[in-house]
Write a protein that binds this ligand. Sequence first.
Ligand code: ZN
Length: 229
Amino acid sequence: MYAGRTKLSIGRLACIGPIQNTLLESPMVELIPSQDKVMQILQRTGAFREGHFVYPNGKHSPHYFQMPLAFRYYDTARVLAVALSRKFRLEKDISSQLTKVAVISPSSGGIPVAFGVRDALNAEQIYWAEQEHGERMFRQYVNQGEVNPCIIVDDIIRSGHAIEETVDLVKSLGARIIGCGAIVKFHSAPAEVEGVPIKSLVDFDARMYDSGDECRDCKAGTHEEQVRF
Ligand SMILES: [Zn+2]
C-alpha cells in the first residue's frame, strides 16, 4: 500500500518538471511578445516576405506582408490576438466597458484577428465590413443603436484608409470608437483615430518606391512579383 503511494507520488513529481518547462516556454505565458518575436512568427509562417514586390497601386517594395498566412495556424493566431488584446485591456476606457464592447474588422483579413481579440477580451459583439459597389458596409439589417462601443482591429494597417472608412461606418450607426489596432502598423499609417491611439505589435518602417524608376531592385534587375493586396 505505502509502496504504491510512493510510486504514485514519484510518478506525479516526474510529471511536474516537464509540464512546468512547457508552460515557461509557451508563448501564451509571454502575453505581449517583443516586436522581434512577432516578426520571427510572421517570417516563420510566411506572412512576412522579402523580395521584389509590386503592389496593385504600382508601388514597389522589397518586403510584403501576407498576414492570413500567420493566422492559418491556430496557435500562432491565438498568440498574436491575445497579445493585441492585452494592449487594449490596459486602456481604462476599454476595460471599464467590457463586456459591452464590439470588435470590428474593416475587411476579411481582420476577421480572424477580430475573433481572437473578442475571445481574449470576452467582448459581446463582433462585426466585419465588406466592400459592396466600392463602399465599405456591414451586412444588411445591422441597425442604428445596436452596435456597442467599438474596437476596430485589422491584421495590418498600411495607409489607414480602411480604418478611416470603418470609423465613418461605425459612426453612422451611432457607435463610439474606444480602441483601434492591428498586428502590424506601417509608419505611414496615422498614429490615432478619433482621438484613440492605434495599437500594434509591430511598427514597421516600410520601404516603398512610387514607381519602378526609383526602385533599387528594378535597377538591380531582380525578378518582380505582383501582389494582389
Ligand atoms: Zn522594382
